[in-house]
Design a protein. Structure first.
Length: 363
C-alpha cells in the first residue's frame, strides 16, 4: 500500500501554515539593507554604503536545555529572544553592529502555533538588537525528536569597519572593568539548573521559579553600541559572559594584549574583581540553597553580570554614567540594566596558566 509524506509523519500543510505566521513576525524586523523577504531560497542583505573596509562578523548558538523548562511550562515565546541574544551579544564583543539573523527550528511533530511562538521570540530579539530576521529553516523530523519537543538555534551576521574592530590588543594593566547586569541565569548552566529545580510552579520573588528561570537573556547591543559611538577609543575589550561564567569567558579578551606583553618580556594580564561591587540576583542564591556547589558558581553562571567592558581608567566613571543615562531613557528591556565598576585589569605575578590564576577576586 502506497503512503504519502504526511502518513510518514511530515505535515507539509502545517509547515505552510507555520511559514505564513513567520512572515508576519519577520516583517516587524525589516531594516534598510534587506533586499528580499522570507520564503526565498536565500536571504539577501546589502552592505551599507560608505564603508571603506568592512569586516563581516558572524556568530552562531542555540538555547540549550533551557528549552525543556519552556516545554514544561508551555511558554514558547521568550526562548527565541535567548536564541538571538546568544549570537548578537557574541558579535558585539568585536564592536560590530548586527545586521541580520537566521534561525533553525527542529521538531518531531510540527505545531504551527508553537513554532510561530518560537519565531515570535526570535523576531522580538531581532527588534531589540535592530537586526533583520532574514530567513530560516523549520525541520520536521518524526521519530528523531520526541513529540512536543523542539530545538532552536540561530546564526547572526554583523559588520564593522576594520580599523574599529575591538580585538583586546589595547587592553592595559590598570584598565577598569565595567559590568552590565544580567536578567538572571540567561541561557547557560541549565543542565545543572534542571537537576536542582523541577517545581516550576513554586512561588519565587513575586512570580514562579519557572518564570524567573525563563526570563530572557538581556541583549546588550543598543546600549553598548551607543557607548562605542562616543567612547570607542576608550573601550579596549569586551566579554559576553556565557557558558563557563567568569572563569572561562573573561580570559578570552586578553590573548592579543598578552602577545604584545610576551614580546616585551612582561607577565600576562589578568582580571581582578571586587567582591560585593554588584548585586547578585536572588535566583543564584536559590540555586545554591538547592545544592549548586558554591565554589563552582562563577565557573558555571554569569552571577548577575552578562557583559563586561575593559575601559581606560580615566573614562570609567563617565562611561558608567552614560550607561545609566541610556537605561533611564530606554523603553525596552534595557531600562532595568545597571552598569557598575566591578574590577580592574592587573598583571600576573607569574605565567597565569590556569583559569584560577587568570580570574581573581578580592575583598
Amino acid at each position: 500500500m502506497a503512503i504519502d509524506y504526511r502518513q510518514s509523519g511530515v505535515d507539509v500543510e502545517e509547515g505552510y501554515r507555520a511559514v505564513g505566521k513567520y512572515k508576519a513576525h519577520a516583517k516587524r524586523t525589516s531594516i534598510p539593507g534587506v533586499l528580499n523577504g522570507l520564503g526565498s531560497f536565500a536571504g539577501m542583505f546589502e552592505v551599507p554604503a560608505g564603508m571603506k573596509n568592512p569586516v563581516m562578523v558572524s556568530g552562531t548558538d542555540g538555547v540549550g536545555t533551557k528549552l525543556d523548562i519552556a516545554f514544561e511550562m508551555k511558554k514558547y515565546d521568550t526562548v527565541g529572544i535567548d536564541c538571538v541574544a546568544m549570537s548578537v551579544n557574541d558579535i558585539l564583543c568585536t564592536g560590530a553592529k548586527p545586521l541580520y539573523f537566521l534561525d533553525y527550528v527542529a521538531c518531531g511533530k510540527l505545531d504551527s502555533d508553537i513554532a510561530a511562538d518560537l519565531v515570535k521570540g526570535v523576531a522580538d530579539g531581532c527588534v531589540d538588537s535592530n537586526c533583520a530576521l532574514l530567513g530560516g529553516e523549520t525541520a520536521e523530523m518524526p521519530g528523531f525528536y520526541d513529540e512536543g519537543k523542539y530545538d532552536i538555534a540561530g546564526f547572526g551576521v554583523g559588520i564593522i569597519e576594520k580599523e574599529d574592530v575591538v580585538t583586546g590588543a589595547n587592553i592595559e594593566e590598570g584598565d577598569v572593568i565595567i559590568g552590565l547586569s544580567s536578567t538572571g541565569v540567561h541561557s547557560n548552566g541549565f543542565s545543572l539548573v534542571r537537576k536542582l529545580v523541577t517545581d516550576y510552579d513554586t512561588p519565587f520573588n513575586g512570580k514562579t521559579i519557572g518564570e524567573a528561570l525563563l526570563e530572557p537573556t538581556r541583549i546588550y547591543v543598543r546600549p553598548v553600541l551607543a557607548i562605542l559611538e562616543k567612547f570607542r577609543s576608550s573601550v579596549h575589550g569586551m566579554v559576553h559572559v556565557t557558558g563557563g561564567g567568569f572563569y572561562e569567558n573573561v580570559p578570552r579578551m586578553f590573548p592579543e594584549a598578552n602577545k604584545k606583553r610576551e614580546q616585551a618580556g612582561k607577565n600576562p594580564l589578568i582580571s581582578v574583581f571586587k567582591k560585593g561591587s554588584w548585586e547578585i540576583p536572588a535566583i543564584f542564591t536559590e540555586l545554591e540553597n538547592r545544592g549548586a556547589a558554591k565554589e563552582r558558581m562563577f565557573n558555571t553562571f554569569n552571577m548577575g553580570i552578562g557583559f563586561m567592558l575593559a575601559v581606560k581608567a580615566d573614562q570609567a566613571e563617565e562611561i558608567v554614567k552614560a550607561f545609566a543615562d541610556f537605561a533611564a531613557k530606554d523603553e525596552g528591556r534595557c531600562s532595568t540594566m545597571k552598569a557598575s565598576i566591578i574590577g580592574k585589569v592587573g598583571a600576573a605575578s607569574g605565567k597565569a596558566e590556569t583559569q584560577e590564576e587568570q580570574v581573581l577576586f578580592e575583598d
